[in-house]
Design a protein around this ligand. Structure first.
Ligand SMILES: *Cc1c(COP(=O)(O)O)cnc(C)c1O
Length: 465
């Protein structure tokens, strides 16, 4: 399988190159040159498989010869072995045609683990084969950093340094990063904001001698491998609920558009997906686009669902590329114009086509809290604020004809104890395997918002032997 850039000015690459590169050199995102397709008998043949086996089968066509199938199977088994639920992605029925699929049983209790646990192992395999090492640097306001650290800790070929804003993350979030005491993991608390952390990471990448010396890399949400590793759970839910003989709808709490794009990809590969619901909080650029064909950037405002507090949904470029019939020149022009003006419109026929499949739903913080309370009273189920938006969206937009909707449960409620307590009077407990999180030893450096200080810390981590 080869990959091409959505902006058409980068050479085609294989899966291993795409994994290591992340972004294409022309600023575009990598897409598979052709879409793999599964027919009804292929889907039926996957029914009832253990999740790691299903995941390997669904991902295999994207890897081609870059990752041998037996290696991929082993990676999938190892990636999900540490999950806190034997079903890995259990389906919970909430109403007659409404289900939640829990994607939060991984080490950091959020859905990013579903892909990151696979990604860390893929990195190790490819880097070992090429006899290379990389240093992953990233900035986090919470979830992504901890998922990346859990995925890279103890890997042979990777060092990872994550910057977080000092005393501006939740205790759970900080401890999920700083209590991972692997020798290849570094944490820096920057005396500044999340934006300062992001600027420091950008400055490290812009410092070319430093970037080359440290072989810097990233595992951000535009990496194709992350999308590929998110497709299998949509397949698992659909098969469990009767596909390919029965249609299915998904409701996805959305930030960077990576999770819902994976659902779209599953449909593109032949899964009978009738509808995709995009849930947002007050940061509603996508729902505004679906309502009025106007994607315009506005400043981010904090909400109860911080992982959806975004200004731009970077993976939307991949859908745009498909909507424009893979015309890379048009995609590039549209994206450059969007960056320059802060606004995007697509041609009316295209917008109507998008609306034939995607439905938007926005919920503010009081609405989110009310939905958590309502759901708990009606069913006893505790949904975190992100998940609650997806569930409310699915209830607001039911499908006709008994098509079931599966709402993606993206975070464990124990990650948001304050919001849960306000809504329900209950503080959800951390799962038993994490109950001692607050007693574990922490390791992190507090550093000033200063490039030299941070680069020195990265050098020390990489040169520790
Ligand atoms: C990252 C995240 C999201 C948003 O997912 P995208 O792929 O960025 O759309 C939603 N919920 C939680 C809990 C997350 O961590």
């Amino acid at each position: 399988m080869r990959y091409i850039s959505t902006r058409g000015q980068a050479p085609a690459r294989d899966f291993a190159d795409v994994l290591l590169a992340g972004l294409a050199e022309d600023g575009g995102l990598f897409m598979p040159e052709t879409w793999p397709h599964f027919g009804p008998s292929d889907w039926r043949g996957m029914r009832g498989l253990p999740y790691p086996e299903l995941a390997a089968r669904v991902m295999q066509p994207f890897m081609g010869s870059a990752i041998p199938y037996d290696v991929l199977r082993t990676i999938c088994h190892e990636a999900y072995a540490g999950f806190g639920h034997t079903a890995i992605v259990p389906l919970i029925q909430l109403e007659t045609n409404l289900f939640a699929q829990e994607l939060f049983h991984g080490p950091t209790l959020a859905f990013k683990d579903m892909a990151m646990q696979v990604l860390g192992r893929l990195f190790d395999y490819v880097l070992t084969k090429r006899d290379r090492r990389v240093t992953i640097v990233g900035a986090t306001s919470g979830d992504t950093g901890s998922a990346a650290i859990e995925a890279c800790a103890w890997r042979d070929r990777v060092d990872i340094m994550i910057l977080h804003p000092h005393e501006r993350t939740s205790m759970v979030q900080r401890r999920q990063m700083t209590t991972v005491l692997a020798p290849n993991v570094g944490n820096v608390a920057v005396q500044g904001t999340f934006d300062d952390c992001q600027d420091l990471v950008k400055a490290m990448f812009a410092d070319v001698p430093f970037r080359n010396e440290m072989r810097l890399s990233a595992v951000n949400s535009i990496n194709w491998a992350r999308i590929a590793a998110q497709i299998p759970y949509y397949v698992a839910a659909a098969l469990a609920l009767g596909a390919p003989e029965r249609d299915i709808a998904f409701s996805v709490p959305t930030g960077n558009f990576g999770n819902v794009l994976a659902a779209w990809a599953a449909r593109r590969m032949g899964l009978p997906v009738a509808r995709l619901i995009v849930g947002s909080n007050r940061n509603d650029i996508l729902t505004r686009f679906l309502a009025s064909n106007d994607m315009s950037m506005v400043p981010v405002e904090p909400s109860l669902s911080p992982s959806m507090d975004i200004q731009v949904s970077s993976n939307f470029e991949r859908l745009l590329f498909e909507l424009l019939d893979r015309d890379a020149d048009k995609t590039r022009d549209t994206m450059l114009d969007f960056r320059a003006t802060g606004r995007m419109r697509v041609a009316d026929p295209i917008w109507h086509r998008v609306r034939g499949l995607f439905h938007g739903f926005r919920l503010d913080d009081p609405g989110t809290e009310a939905e958590i309370r309502r759901l708990h009273a009606a069913t006893g189920y505790l949904a975190d604020p992100h998940t609650a938006i997806g569930i409310a969206a699915a209830r607001a937009l039911p499908c006709a004809g008994g098509v079931p909707t599966v709402a993606m449960a993206t975070a464990h409620p124990a990650k948001f104890p304050d919001a849960m307590e306000r809504a329900t009077g209950q503080r959800p407990a951390l799962p038993p395997r994490m109950a001692d999180l607050f007693e574990r030893e922490e390791r992190f450096a507090v550093l000033p918002n200063d490039l030299t200080a941070v680069e020195t810390a990265v050098r020390a981590l990489v040169g520790r032997n």
